[in-house]
Structures are given as structure tokens and as C-alpha cells.
Design a protein around this ligand. Structure first.
Ligand code: GRF
Length: 214
């Protein structure tokens, strides 16, 4: 594989199946990246075991130990910088990051969200889509900005809502697509194919995906 591997810092709060997909893609030689550290704000996050099994360093930084979101974020930044992370992946990280975090990694923070943004931002997007009666939902990988799930969109993919779906079944189907989409987005970034265009006329900043040089 050509070029230097992209150094990742992955932030999690839960089971870490998206982290698992990243680790599997790296292991299979499908993603030219290295996970330098996995950080969780919860000591019992299942993703920590996945990381440890893959020989990846882990760190628990509990938000409860900090007096403000900014102080918590400053510690996250320190841990990620110390690990040499270049791109930060929020993979089921259930905290909103502040400008302290975003200024340290400008346009270098991506998030996976289980809905087709701008529909259903925030928590429990799967339940929101079901409650609305959507026939199609999906997932989005986007750069993180100061809003909640509002940053420039990198990739999206639709997933059908099937008759009889409950939250668990829909979430499970979404996760399969999330895993592939997140790996694809990181791969595009690693290959230098993702550019955030400046906004024009006060509009939103948008992502452009460059052609595959291969
Ligand atoms: C995923 O649905 C992700 O989109 C959302 O939280 C869930 C995390 O799942 N933000 P996992 O921890 O990667 O299994």
C-alpha cells in the first residue's frame, strides 16, 4: 500500500463495533491506517476490550472527573496529541465536543451518525426514524463542527426501514452499513481525496471527494 499510514485516535463510549470494523479493515490491509489510541469516557465500554485484543493502547478519561466540558476536552486533546493521532474518529462517542477540542484538530474530527442527516440529529436517531414512520433511513459520516451532528457531510448511505422493525432490529441493520461507510470515509481521507470547501455566500461548508488517482 502506498504512502504513510494515517494515525487515528478513536473515541468511544460503548460496544465499539465501529472501532472493530476499523481494526478489521486495517488488519486485512484494506485501510492504510494505524489506531494509535482508543479513548473511552466510560470504563466499562466493550470497545476497550476490542482495542486491547488488537494490541491498541487504551485510555479511560471520565467526563465525571472534570469540572467543565472544556477541561474534559483539554485532557482528551492531550491524550490524542501524546499518542500522535492525526485524524480523530468519534465512533459511538456520546459526548458533544467543544471548540477546545475542535480547534486542536481543525477539520480532522469525523463522526458516524445513524441517520441521513440533517434528519434526526442527536440521541437515538434510530428511534426517531421509527417514530416518524420513515420507510428509509441510513447513516452519515461527517466532519464535526460545534453543532450537534451539523458538520460537513463526507458520505451517506440509505438503509430501508422494514415492516415489523423495532429499534433493535433497525439499529442492527444500520450498524452493518455504518461499519462499511466509516471505513470508506477514513480510507478516502487517508488517500487525500477529501476536501472541505470554504463556504460561499454565507452557505454551508461542503465536502468534495476527489477522483481516485489509481
Ligand atoms: C452507532 O450506531 C453510532 O452511529 C452511534 O452510536 C453507535 C455506536 O455503536 N453514534 P458501536 O459502539 O460502534 O457499536
Amino acid at each position: 500500500m502506498a504512502g504513510a499510514a494515517l494515525d487515528l485516535g478513536v473515541l468511544i463510549s460503548g460496544s465499539g463495533t465501529n472501532l472493530g470494523a476499523i481494526l478489521a479493515a486495517i488488519e486485512a490491509g484494506r485501510l492504510n491506517a494505524r489506531v494509535r489510541v482508543v479513548v473511552s469516557n466510560k470504563a466499562d465500554a466493550g470497545g476497550l476490550t476490542r482495542a486491547q485484543n488488537a494490541g491498541v493502547p487504551t485510555k479511560v478519561v471520565s467526563h465525571k472527573d472534570y469540572g467543565s466540558r472544556e477541561a474534559f476536552d483539554a485532557e482528551l486533546v492531550k491524550v490524542l496529541h501524546d499518542a500522535g493521532a492525526q485524524l480523530i474518529v468519534l465512533a459511538g462517542f456520546m459526548r458533544v465536543v467543544t471548540p477546545v477540542f475542535l480547534e486542536a484538530f481543525r477539520d480532522r474530527v469525523v463522526n458516524i451518525h445513524p441517520a441521513l442527516l440533517p434528519a434526526f440529529p442527536g440521541v437515538d436517531a434510530q428511534a426517531q426514524a421509527l417514530a416518524y414512520g420513515c420507510k428509509v433511513t441510513g447513516c452519515t459520516v461527517h466532519f464535526v463542527d460545534t453543532g450537534v451532528d451539523t458538520g460537513p457531510i463526507i458520505l451517506q448511505e440509505a438503509v430501508p426501514v422494514l415492516e415489523g422493525d423495532d429499534r433493535a432490529r433497525l439499529a442492527e441493520r444500520l450498524l452493518v452499513t455504518e461499519h462499511a461507510l466509516l471505513v470508506r470515509a477514513i480510507d478516502l481521507i487517508a488517500k487525500g481525496r477529501v476536501t472541505v470547501k470554504p463556504s460561499s455566500n454565507g452557505g454551508r461548508r461542503r465536502v468534495s471527494i476527489g477522483a481516485d488517482p489509481a
